[in-house]
Design a protein. Structure first.
Length: 135
């Protein structure tokens, strides 16, 4: 059997679920922990999408030591990076991108202008390709 509660319940200590804790809104005034009691491992927060209860996720990938998402991320404020930002696809900005050093990794001979490695600047709807000299 199960325990069903209609209405509110005030809990002073912890609510521990060894299986599923389910509700239309689960709220916290402070912290929410995933994989609280260890051990280290990959953990997911799932969102229902495309007919699947695991259709979209935010994942902590413990083996790669990074967060992963399986859909686009839209940031309406500032996005700051203090390490290496790796983009495997296109990156768009409608504001100003401030970059202290732009590096494009490719493998042709050093010092050669490469037609395969360039920066595209769009001015008034026209794309201009700036070739990169690799060294």
């Amino acid at each position: 059997g199960g325990f069903n509660l209609t209405g509110n319940a005030a809990v002073t200590g912890a609510v521990v679920a060894t299986s599923v804790l389910q509700g239309s809104a689960i709220r916290s005034n402070t912290d929410v922990f995933v994989n609280f009691d260890g051990a280290d491992g990959t953990s997911n927060v799932y969102f229902y999408e495309g007919g699947s209860n695991t259709g979209r996720y935010l994942r902590w990938n413990d083996g790669s030591n990074l967060f992963e998402m399986n859909d686009a991320l839209n940031v309406s404020g500032n996005l700051w990076n203090q390490g290496t930002a790796t983009v495997s696809g296109s990156m768009f900005t409608t504001g100003t991108a401030v970059v202290s050093a732009l590096r494009i990794n490719q493998t042709p001979t050093a010092g050669v202008i490469s037609p395969d490695s360039y920066i595209v600047v769009n001015l008034n709807g026209t794309n201009y390709r700036i070739p990169c000299i690799l060294n």
